[in-house]
Design a protein around this ligand. Structure first.
Ligand SMILES: [Zn+2]
Length: 389
């Protein structure tokens, strides 16, 4: 969802390959920082001080650069990449070296400029020293690498490592790209109460996990669920996926990937990223946890009234899948309908949907009860979807 909200023009170069060993990272940083300085011609001799009576010549012969450039120049392809990585200070990356991960990292650079306004840029950048070290070595390299690596970690669901404001900003910024996003406030409000998934015990049920694998493969055509090794109980997942399957049959469009993720202390229950359905494995393993967070969200108006049930989660995500491309189109018909309806007094469906067309539509299509004008809007959207199938 986040990625699809931004245009993809003008990427920079690729980033270096592979992780470097994580031990002695600090020493390595000092060492490489010094080498880098030498490479740039900023040799220690420039800081030398002598007593006034002695001549204090500070002459730099920059052999460091000469030797490095000659050496690197003689390398090809992967060798050169590795050498450049070392030149860039022994920094490990969030990504695993795959093309996809390079892309996500570069996307992060792009998003820093496309989505973050100056104020937010500065605010997040000013806390870099607090978070960069926990993300990756490369994140500590510069402010822009910090943004890119934060984004890479965000896309991997490693939310507990990130600056909460960075996360809140990305989450609140899918449709309304202006800086003042009320959805951040709504989300913080929804997270204020004391829900903690750890208060609910895990219930182990290996057979239900096996059943789930069979269901996903046979019925949904998804032969591998990523993160399935973390799943201890397949019952709630089965409930969710059954509803997703029912809607897939009805509308024709399907998720092509299913992933189970640990969101740490972030309360995400599920999300749709392109054609991938992501579910919070901690909630799935704990009967009652998902219901408890849904109760809390319903109570605070974050989700529509009466939607504190598992099938709502499945519907909400499925309707993201079904509508996201059409909402992202320029001059989107659906977006126009929603804006017009709200201008004409159609009630906001939920706090989650207040400033975000994607969330508004997903909630509108999965809500149990609708007002008259909401019903009318839903019918017009369904009509567009039907003619599009
Ligand atoms: Zn959503």
């Amino acid at each position: 969802m986040i990625i699809s909200g931004f245009s993809c023009r003008g990427f920079g170069a690729a980033v270096p390959a592979n992780d470097e060993p994580k031990n002695k990272k600090d020493n390595a940083h000092k060492r490489y920082a010094r080498l880098e300085r030498y490479y740039e011609g900023e040799h220690d001799i420039l800081n030398r001080d002598k007593r006034k009576v002695l001549a204090n010549n500070k002459l730099v012969c920059n052999h460091a650069r000469y030797i490095s450039d000659t050496a690197v120049g003689s390398l090809t392809g992967a060798q050169r990449e590795t050498a450049m990585q070392y030149k860039n200070a022994g920094r490990s990356l969030v990504g695993d070296g795959s093309a996809h991960d390079y892309f996500v990292h570069e996307m992060g650079h792009h998003i820093q400029w496309e989505a973050f306004d100056a104020k937010m840029n500065n605010a997040v950048g000013s806390r870099m020293s607090q978070y960069a070290g926990g993300i990756s070595g490369y994140a500590a390299a510069s402010k822009s690498e910090y943004f890119a690596e934060s984004f890479a970690a965000f896309e991997k669901g490693e939310l507990d490592k990130l600056d909460p404001d960075f996360v809140a900003f990305l989450r609140g910024n899918t449709l309304d790209k202006s800086a003042e996003s009320g959805i951040i406030k709504a989300r913080q409000l929804a997270q204020k109460k004391k829900f903690n998934y750890r208060d609910f015990d895990e219930v182990i049920d290996a057979k239900s996990v096996d059943d789930l694998k069979v269901f996903a493969a046979d019925k949904m055509g998804v032969s591998h669920i990523s993160g399935i090794q973390k799943l201890k109980n397949g019952k709630q997942a089965q409930e969710l996926l059954s509803m997703v399957e029912e809607l897939s049959e009805k509308h024709g469009k399907r998720f092509t990937r299913i992933s189970l993720l640990d969101y740490g202390d972030y309360k995400t229950a599920a999300e749709t990223v392109d054609n991938e359905l992501r579910l919070n494995v901690q909630y799935l393993n704990r009967p009652g946890a998902l219901k408890a967070i849904l109760d809390e969200w319903e109570d605070s108006g974050y989700i529509p009234k009466g939607c504190n049930a598992n099938d709502y989660v499945a519907k909400h995500e499925y309707y993201h899948l079904l509508t996201q491309d059409m909402i992202d189109e320029p001059h989107s018909k659906i977006e126009t309908l929603v804006k017009r309806a709200v201008n004409d007094g159609c009630e906001i469906i939920s706090q989650n949907g207040r400033y975000d067309c994607h969330e508004f539509v997903a909630d509108l299509l999965s809500a149990k009860t609708l007002t008259k004008s909401q019903k009318k809007l839903k019918d017009s959207i369904m009509k567009i979807l039907e003619t599009r199938q």
